[in-house]
Design a protein around this ligand. Structure first.
Ligand code: NDP
Ligand code: 2IT
Length: 446
């Protein structure tokens, strides 16, 4: 049930954005927390801050034609939604996946605004992508697609305007092709226009690892707040992409045992502990499917279909995609003794799942807080680019750790201050909203 003062905002968002169910879900989860903030700052309601945040500053949709290796022409749709620039240039990833549509890009951009505010770095929020499916495509096909995509996108981005990065289906290879085309069209070596760049040409150490590492660090902090730790804890991490791989690596470094991961085809259960080096080789070098993992690990099993959340664990990290952890899955996790959940993916837990975790007293770290390490390290990459400097791995990882610990503390304390102790969803939404709202009030009606 939504607060009666908040319900009209939500109803209006649904009316103005028909059919965009993920966007409605993301908005609802945030506005649901905001009743106490509006009571504390009447100016926010007067200036219609919520209504303004829910209407993106700019939405760009464009045609992306490209030609495959057999000479056939394909047409995809490209998106960039620039949601809010109160705290800095729009910042957020690009997703290449066949499921991408305007509602998905808007939900991701909306989440990004609040996530970026929590980092304390000077970055606004946006998101983009395409319904292009990179799976099974050659490097040359991916290159031609990226060049065509950037041939339109370049006019909308820039160091002081909008700074894209990776997300699902967009990693170092794609950022390379995108940056190459941007540089060519603009005739500027503008490193600050994209993040997630290669280490040889303006990228930052730790950016690749940052989202997964940060999510594991957030789990560490949630456990520390309950006077316990990760040592010897059994963990399950869904996905096997960028976020999942480095979440597993950091969990293991912190003494946990990770026994399962997944992709969209199935679940790997490895009771001896997931072999991260093998996972990296299969996913990052060979770009193969996860079932190949069991060819090298006799004790491991691969199951097609089914839910990874049936594997018993103390700590669960959903790191694949939105709405991958349902109310039913949450009940299974709770029944099996799960005590903490940190979201590496964006909005992976359904509203019903979140309710189950809160009711059971599970420590639940929402994505906009728990996975903010990726974008925070993108901001550190921008900082290095701006000062033409290059930091060591240790220094950058130290900054990431400070930022994640800081975000945890901010969410924890804000939840207490606003009467919902232990509720990181409320803490994250309120702390982030206050930062964005104060800046919007300061700028006047724009
Ligand atoms: P990758 O493309 O590297 O990996 C995605 C993983 O999730 C793969 O294992 C993929 O399986 C699985 N997956 C993706 N989409 C679906 C789907 N619709 N259904 C089932 N499985 C799916 O992406 P990332 O690891 O970068 O991103 C994972 C999540 O983390 C996303 O929610 C993203 O928005 C979020 N995130 C990413 C950040 C980053 O810096 N990269 C930062 C913060 C959040 P398969 O290979 O079979 O498709
Ligand atoms: O969802 C996210 O935070 C990202 N995909 C990373 C965005 C970024 O700009 O680094």
């Amino acid at each position: 049930m939504l607060d009666e003062k908040i319900e009209p905002f939500y109803d209006e968002v649904v009316r103005r954005n028909p059919g965009e169910v993920e966007y409605h879900q993301a908005v609802r989860e945030v506005v649901d927390s905001l009743g106490p903030v509006l009571a504390k700052h009447p100016r926010f309601a007067e200036r219609k801050i919520i209504e303004r945040i829910c209407e993106p500053e700019r939405q760009i949709i464009f045609r992306v034609p490209w030609i495959d290796d057999d000479g056939e022409v394909h047409i995809n749709r490209g998106y960039r939604v620039e949601v809010n620039s109160a705290l800095g240039p729009y910042k957020g990833g690009l997703r290449f996946h066949p499921s991408v549509n305007l509602g998905i890009v808007k939900f991701l951009g909306f989440e990004q605004v609040f996530k970026n505010a929590l980092t304390g770095m000077p970055i606004g929020g946006g998101k983009g992508g395409s319904d292009f499916d990179p799976k099974g495509r050659s490097d040359d096909e991916v290159m031609r697609f990226c060049q065509s995509f950037m041939t339109e996108l370049y006019r909308h981005i820039g160091e002081y305007t909008d700074v894209p990065a990776g997300d699902v289906g967009v990693g170092g290879r794609e950022i390379g092709y995108l940056f190459g085309q941007y540089k060519r069209i603009t005739n500027r070596y503008e490193s600050g226009a994209l993040t997630g760049k290669g280490l040889e040409w303006g990228g930052a150490l730790v950016r690749t690892e940052a989202t997964g590492y940060g999510t594991a660090l957030f789990a560490r902090e949630m456990l520390a707040a309950r006077e316990t730790d990760l040592e010897g804890r059994t963990c399950v991490v869904s996905g096997s992409g960028n976020v999942a791989i480095y979440a597993i690596e950091k969990l293991q470094q912190l003494g946990a045992e990770v026994v399962a991961c997944s992709d969209s085809n199935g679940v790997v259960h490895d009771p001896d502990g997931v072999d991260v080096a093998l996972l990296k080789r299969i996913k990052e070098v060979e770009r193969a499917r996860l079932d190949r993992y069991v060819e090298h690990r006799p004790a491991a099993t691969h199951r097609r279909g089914g839910s990874i959340w049936e594997v018993p664990c103390h700590i669960a990290l959903p790191c694949a995609t939105q709405n991958e952890l349902t109310g039913h899955d949450a009940k299974t996790l709770v029944d099996n003794g799960c005590i903490a959940v940190a979201e590496g993916a964006n909005m992976p837990t359904t509203p019903e799942g979140i309710r189950v975790f809160h009711d059971a007293g599970v420590a639940f770290g929402p994505g906009k807080a728990a996975n903010a390490g990726g974008v925070a390290t993108s901001a550190l990459e921008m900082q290095q680019n701006a000062s033409r400097d290059r930091w060591t791995f240790e220094h950058t990882e130290g900054r990431l750790d400070e930022i994640m610990t800081g975000i945890h503390g901010l969410c924890f304390e804000t939840a207490e201050e606003f009467g919902s102790p232990g509720n990181y969803v409320v803490g994250a939404n309120i702390a982030a909203f206050e930062r964005v709202a104060h800046a919007m009030v300061a700028f006047g009606l724009i």
